[in-house]
Write a protein that binds this ligand. Sequence first.
Ligand SMILES: C[S@@+](CC[C@H](N)C(=O)[O-])C[C@H]1O[C@@H](n2cnc3c(N)ncnc32)[C@H](O)[C@@H]1O
Length: 288
Amino acid sequence: MAIAQLSSSALYSHPSLARLWKKVHLTCSPFCRRPAVRRLYTQPATVLRSLLRHAPYSFIALGCAEGLKESLLLRKLPKPTLLLTADTCLSMAKIAARKLPARAKIARRIDLTSPSSISRILTTPISPSKSKAPSPARLITLFGVLPNLDPFSLLRRLAKNMGPNDLLLFSANLAPGENGRRGALRVLPQYDNPLTHKWLQGVALRTRPRLSPGSIHFGVYPDTTQSSLSRIEARWVVENKPTHTLFSSRRPTLSQVESWIQTSGLTRIHQWIEPKGEEGVWLTSRKA
Ligand SMILES: C[S@@+](CC[C@H](N)C(=O)[O-])C[C@H]1O[C@@H](n2cnc3c(N)ncnc32)[C@H](O)[C@@H]1O
């Protein structure tokens, strides 16, 4: 029987699940445990400052949760004229909007798997302006989201909705080395821990129709849309048979991220990779 895949938004669909995820993130994530990973979110500031040239700009934080990574970046950038925070979990997007600096702020719910939801956020003018002056540049961030969603179609949809002055800064969790499966197996222990199990047990309890009694098993599998892409999955197993994938995290190699950029209509401006090769941040613009 086929294994059912839970939507990524189901993992954060209730404030109690968002709180459990936050605990996992603050306790187990390489971002919180390793300064070199945190530096990935301040390093782009130098290049960004020179590209934005002190002109007014808008900052759009997609899948921002409470905006922890964006706040590191914004400490090193001029204050944006307008901030739009958008997440499937509106309560987290509101917290991010409160925390991050900007002259004007908006928080919205978004479904990054829905083309219409993305274009509603990215093509609707977010500040009513009567002037004919060119619209200010937009810096769009997408941190920690690509592992959870189909990366190629998401990047392609974002590229389609970007203007010539827009910049997209996204992060990806990598499979270190050249062999995706071997790299993903190396980072697998980062996921298989008691706090992550507690969060995913909470997800399993909230799933409808109800799941049969079972347990959570982590492993590395090929992605369903790109078999050469390795994916860490937490599967719900009932009597030795997996019935659902509760959680998945795609772990591309560096060259796979490069090919996503090329084929989705984006151009790479710069990339920053942390020393262990487990996470990176890419600055891109729409292909001319
Ligand atoms: C792994 S967390 C990363 C959060 C934060 N950006 C970070 O890097 O720490 C994934 C985020 O994406 C959001 N998310 C998941 N699925 C989504 C969807 N379909 N549309 C919009 N946001 C989604 C979650 O609510 C969560 O905030």
